[in-house]
Design a protein around this ligand. Structure first.
Ligand SMILES: Cc1cc2nc3c(=O)[nH]c(=O)nc-3n(C[C@H](O)[C@H](O)[C@H](O)COP(=O)(O)OP(=O)(O)OC[C@H]3O[C@@H](n4cnc5c(N)ncnc54)[C@H](O)[C@@H]3O)c2cc1C
Length: 471
């Protein structure tokens, strides 16, 4: 099918105004939030309903055209790059909150609803949707489900997977699949809901999502612990959890990140510190006060030079915002910013951070580390310049060593950003040969023609481990 005929066929399905094909428009859809990756789609289409998605997929199947589902394109693993061209299926028009069901503690939404929009809507009714990726103002629930997104509250509340109860999705051949629902207990058959969560747009297009809600916590309180030694901050994280406090947020920023955030946002962070921990607890007031006080004491015992407790909820929110500035602040330093997602069991946090520092030195790179310390989910981030090929080679080698180390510590190549294109060559390090074979089998069942988000997640090749370890 020629491009002109494809555009006309799509215009017939969604209306002319919901199809983009001018070169300047296509260029805007050639990238996502991942650096170094670009590829033009053939056409961008904005369906307004499940049935339009169905019609588009039926057309794409018949004509063997790649389809790339897309939310806000804020993913950091190349998940929405149209590497084989094709139809960019932009889900943003499907942005209705269909229902908030207070009796069943659920919300049912279309995939284009933003994370922040859902959070605001349910909070207004005294309810709570915990997953809160740093990108929540722009990211969509569809993208969150497809990436199994985490966020700053993952330690206490888990990730998107823990809240998805049911899905409606359209398979590549146009068939409609419904999984799960509002039942708190439902064990009928294979868990297709969980299979679709984290499937990165490669198995089906999600058109409706039912999530679990919680009662809104009574209050929250935040503190900032300032450390002169990174190891002390790592030990403080372990001590807090050993002492049976599970803060809703326990984030770390290293020296480089603190400096970049302070220069960017002027929030009063100590630029001479080796690390800061941002600690937040929510729940009943008495529990929150006791937890924040004990967490502060433990940080001091582990060597924190100061612990600043926010006087009000608003002051705490400001501190949380500082952490959310980490990526935009680091992205300003050089033309390119490679943000990674290595994750280790939290008991290995300090060792992993030390390894990242040593690797940065070895390859003469600036790698700043921040992330969800309580989850062991670190984001080593390297401001660099993609025009400097020699530097990029060093970046690539450094991150291969960082992933290798994370896996050898019982960790993983990605804690929340997904595999996409960026990590596919490392996938086998984590899930093994059998894991890759089963994953390819699952893909073939859902998408026998290979039209849905082709070239993502599944490895074409596998990189050699730097050091082969057993066990
Ligand atoms: C500043 C910043 C901070 C971030 N912080 C976090 C964080 O704390 N935690 C975290 O987990 N991530 C974080 N991210 C990464 C990103 O925001 C998440 O992966 C998010 O879930 C992507 O949502 P999106 O709507 O942008 O999806 P997109 O990037 O558009 O798509 C992501 C994937 O989902 C697929 N997809 C999208 N919609 C659908 C659908 N309806 N059906 C099927 N597949 C679909 C796409 O094909 C793609 O594979 C951050 C990113 C930025 C830029």
């Amino acid at each position: 099918m020629g491009d002109a005929a494809l555009i006309q066929a799509l215009q017939r399905i969604v209306g002319e105004q919901h199809v983009l094909h001018a070169p300047a428009d296509l260029a805007a859809y050639a990238v996502d939030a991942t650096p170094l990756l670009r590829s033009l789609p053939t056409v961008v289409v904005f369906p307004g309903s499940r049935d339009e998605v169905k019609a588009i997929l039926e057309l794409a199947s018949e004509k063997r055209i790649p389809v790339i589902p897309r939310g806000a394109a804020s993913n950091l693993s190349g998940g929405t790059i149209a590497i084989e061209g094709g139809i960019m299926l932009n889900m943003n028009r499907m942005n209705r909150i269909i229902e908030v069901d207070a009796a069943n503690l659920t919300a049912t939404v279309q995939p284009g609803v933003t994370t922040a929009q859902l959070a605001r809507e349910v909070e207004a009714r005294g309810l709570f949707y915990p997953p809160d990726p740093g990108s929540q103002v722009i990211s969509t629930i569809g993208g969150n489900v497809a990436e199994n997104a985490g966020g700053l509250r993952g330690l206490k509340y888990g990730v998107t997977r823990d809240y998805v109860m049911g899905l409606e999705a359209v398979l590549p051949n146009g068939a409609i699949l419904r999984t799960g629902g509002k039942n708190a207990k439902d064990v009928a058959g294979y868990d297709l809901t969980r299979l679709l969560v984290g499937s990165e747009g490669t198995l089906a297009v999600i058109t409706e999502i039912t999530v679990k809600l919680l009662p809104k916590p009574e209050t929250k309180r935040a503190a900032l612990a300032i450390f002169d030694r990174l190891e002390d901050a790592g030990r403080a994280v372990a001590r807090i959890i050993e002492n049976k406090i599970i803060p809703c947020t326990l984030e770390i920023m290293d020296k480089g990140t603190i400096k970049a955030v302070e220069e960017f946002a002027h929030v009063g962070l100590p630029t001479d510190a080796a690390a800061v921990l941002f600690i937040e607890q929510d729940g009943p007031r008495a529990v929150v006060d006791a937890d924040i006080e004990l967490a502060g004491r433990l940080c001091r015992e582990e060597g924190a030079r100061d612990v600043k407790v926010a006087a009000t909820v608003e002051e705490g929110t400001k501190l949380a915002e500082a952490r959310r500035f980490a990526l935009p602040a680091l992205a300003r330093l050089r033309p390119t910013c490679v943000l990674e997602d290595a994750t280790v069991p939290r008991s290995h946090l300090a060792e992993m951070i030390r390894f990242i520092e040593a690797t940065a030195k070895k390859y003469n790179l600036l790698i700043c580390t921040f992330g969800h310390a309580g989850d062991g989910n670190l984001h080593p981030t390297c401001p660099c310049d993609e025009r400097d090929h020699e530097e990029l080679e060093r970046v690539e080698k450094a991150f291969a060593e960082i992933f290798d180390k994370a896996v050898s510590l019982g960790g993983t190549i990605t804690g929340e950003h997904g595999v996409g294109i960026a990590k596919q060559d490392y996938l086998e390090w984590k899930i093994g040969e059998a894991g890759v074979a089963v994953s390819k089998g699952i893909k073939a069942v859902f998408d026998p023609l290979g039209i849905l988000n082709p070239g993502k997640v599944l490895p074409k090749a596998t990189r050699k481990r730097l050091v082969v370890r057993q066990g």
